[in-house]
Every structure is written in structure tokens, then in C-alpha cells.
Design a protein around this ligand. Sequence first.
Ligand code: PHE
Length: 344
Amino acid sequence: MIKLEQLKLEGLTKINEATNSKTLQEVRVMYLGKKGPIQEVMKSMKELPVEERPAFGQEVNEVKQTLAEAIENKKIQIEEEEVNAKLEAEKIDITLEGIRPVIATLHPLTIVTQELEDLFIGLGYTIAEGPELTTDLYNFERANIPKDHPARDMQDTFYIDVENLLRTHTTAVQTLVLEENAPKLPVKLVCPGKVYRRDDDDATHSHQFQQMEALVVDENITLADLKGTLELMAKRMFGEEREIRFRPSFFPFTEPSVEVDVSCHMCGGKGCSTCKSTGWIEILGAGMVHPAVLEMAGYDATECSGFAFGVGIERIAMLKYGIDDIRHFYTNDVRFLKTFTRFE
Ligand code: PHE
């Protein structure tokens, strides 16, 4: 009996000291298994007088019961500790900033070009693209720019040779497409693309920039059609409240010619630094297609008329997004480019 009591205390101490399921299992095998010290004690029962055996057997069972319960309780405690330790080890700090996937964005010039293209496609225009390397004929001659016009000066144009040059405006595409279409009506197209001029690069000038020119030729096209179209474009690009105004101007390929201003989208026309306190911002040149341009392309200028306008994509993007230096568009600074998302 004394041995039994000792075994019980010993077992309870070992159970208490077990720190993980493995050592606890070892204690269980040792004390409750077939070959443990308690079984040993059981075997010695035969040596007891018969009348003492039941009490002894009961005592053995109680000790086993006590140890089994202690093991069970300890098991629950250890399992809980182990789960907690695991949770602690695998803890995820959800307040840490995640790793964002790199998503490319559209270049601001592409965004503006696409917005304009969408608008004009919606109005039934087709998009015409032509070669950047063109000829004196299509860039100047067919645009009614006579030989002595200042725009033909070597200062302004990148000549490849006497006849070939880098187009200085996308009007070079219009004269080409006009000739291809003649004498079919109507003509309704926009020409987006790069153009080149021998300017010194600074905050507002670049030797290469992008334009989009529109050309409409049909019977009875008037200045009112031009104005309505430009008003729609100004509102779409700069907001519904915008108004436009025409100022007389000169282009060899249009007659009459106008400079077009839009009411300032920054101050609403009150006057600010963007509009240089005038309330108006010059956005493009336009006019009624010169009859000579139509005739040279193969149209009968007494049967049809047309309007044309040409807008600088950089200029629109600078105004729209408040960009102060045209060189930002070309230097590929990712910090700048990242601010333009395609989901705007
Ligand atoms: N071609 C002119 C330019 O490059 C723009 C323009 C186009 C003006 C059509 C009037 C009509 O500046």
C-alpha cells in the first residue's frame, strides 16, 4: 500500500512536470501501460492474504484512475498551450503594408489622344494615320503653303533632302487622304500623330510633339459646324461649363482662319495664373479649308466645303492635368507617369 502511494505521488509529479504531449505520453505508458511499476505491484497481489486482496485491488484501481485523470487534464492543458504557441508563431500582422503588384499605366499623352479619338469616333469620324517621313508636296505644297512661306524655312523643318522631310504638322496626312478620297463625299477624319519642328527644347517647346487634326469636307459645311464641333470638344475635355471664342488668325490652308480660346477651367473665367488673368486659354488653330487645298486634292470647291482644326496633345494634357513643363512627358520619370491611372 505504501509503495502504491509512492507510485501515485511519483506519477503525479511526473505528469505535472511533463511539458509536451510526447513526454506526457511516455508517463502514460510508464504508469498505465502493461509493463509499468503499477502492474508490478498488481502482480504482488497474489502474495497477499485473500481477504486483503479486494481492498488492495480497489486501491490500485483508484491510483490508476487518479493518474489517468491527471494525465487527461494535463493533456488538455498541454494541447491548449501548444495551439497557443502555434498561433503565436504563425501570427500575421495585417497592419503591415502589402506588396502591390506593379500595374502599368497609360501615358498621359495616350490618355488624351484616346479621349479625343473616342469623342470623334462617336461623332462618326474615322482615324487616319500617315507616314512621319513625308514630302514637301504633302506637308507644304498641297497645304497651300507657298515656296517663300516662313514655315518652310530651314529653321523650322527637319529636311532629309530637298524633297523629303519629317512632317511639321499632321495636315500632311490630311492632304494625302484627301487626294486618295477625291472626289468622294463626305470626308470626316481625325489624324493623330507625332510631328517634328526645329525648335529649341524648353518648358513649352519640343522638337517632337503630338497633334490631332480634324478634317470634314461635304456639301454646305459652314463655320457654324466648326464652332459646334469645337464647343463639344472643349466641354468634353475641360468640363460642361466651358465656352469657346474665335479670334481671327491666318493659316495658308484655311480661309477664314481662327484661333480658338476656351474659357479657363481653373478659374471659370475670372482670371488666374493659368489663363494669365484673361479668363481665356488658347487651345488650337482652325478654319474653313482653303478652296485651293480642295482643288489640288481633286475636289470641286464650288460643290463642297470643309473645316479643319489642329490641336496639340501636349498642350491639352498640360492644361488638363496642370503640368508646367512639356519635358515631363518625354523623360520617363516613373514618379510622374505613375500619377496617371487608366481608371480615372
Ligand atoms: N496645321 C496647323 C499647325 O500645325 C494647325 C491647323 C490645322 C490650323 C488645321 C488650322 C487648321 O499649327
